[in-house]
Design a protein around this ligand. Structure first.
Ligand SMILES: [Zn+2]
Length: 137
C-alpha cells in the first residue's frame, strides 16, 4: 500500500511542483487487510514550522496554505480516493536544481516524519549548503 501511495504522491509532485511530506502516521486498518489512509502536508505549510524550528530549514518561506493530501487506499474494493486541498497556490520555494539524489532520498523515505527525515538527510548530505541554494528569493 505504501508503494501505491508513493506512486500517487510522485505523480502529484511532478504535476504541481510542490513537495509533499508525511504529516501524521498512516492509519492502517486492523480489521481489513490492505486498507489504509495516508496523510501528507505541503512541505511549506506553516503547520510544519514547529517541526523544522531551529533547523536549517528555517530559511524556507512558510505559507498558511493548509496544503494537504489524504489518500485512502482500499485494495479489496479496488478503490483509491485522493483528496487534495489547497487554500493558497503559493510560489514553490524549492528550485528544480534541488539535487536529484536528495529528491530520491526524500521519496524513498516518505514513511519518515519531518523530524526523522531531516535527521536522515543531514546524515547523508550537507543540507546547510543545499537548502540555501534551493530557496528562490
Ligand atoms: Zn503549501
Amino acid at each position: 500500500m505504501k508503494s501505491i501511495a508513493n506512486i500517487i504522491i510522485d505523480s502529484i509532485e511532478e504535476g504541481d511542483g510542490y513537495i509533499w511530506v508525511v504529516k501524521t502516521a498512516p492509519h492502517i486498518s486492523t480489521c481489513h487487510k490492505n486498507v489504509g489512509t495516508f496523510y501528507l502536508a505541503c512541505s511549506q505549510s506553516n503547520e510544519l514550522v514547529r517541526d523544522y524550528k531551529e533547523s536549517n530549514y528555517s530559511r524556507i518561506f512558510w505559507f498558511n496554505c493548509h496544503g494537504m493530501i489524504v489518500i485512502h487506499i482500499d485494495i479489496p474494493a479496488s478503490k483509491i480516493i485522493v483528496n487534495l486541498k489547497y487554500e493558497i497556490l503559493h510560489d514553490r520555494s524549492v528550485d528544480i536544481t534541488t539535487p536529484i539524489e536528495i529528491r530520491q532520498e526524500i521519496k524513498g523515505n516518505i514513511h519518515l516524519d519531518p523530524v526523522q527525515l531531516r535527521a536522515h538527510l543531514s546524515n547523508r548530505f550537507d543540507i546547510s549548503n543545499i537548502t540555501i541554494q534551493q530557496i528562490r528569493y
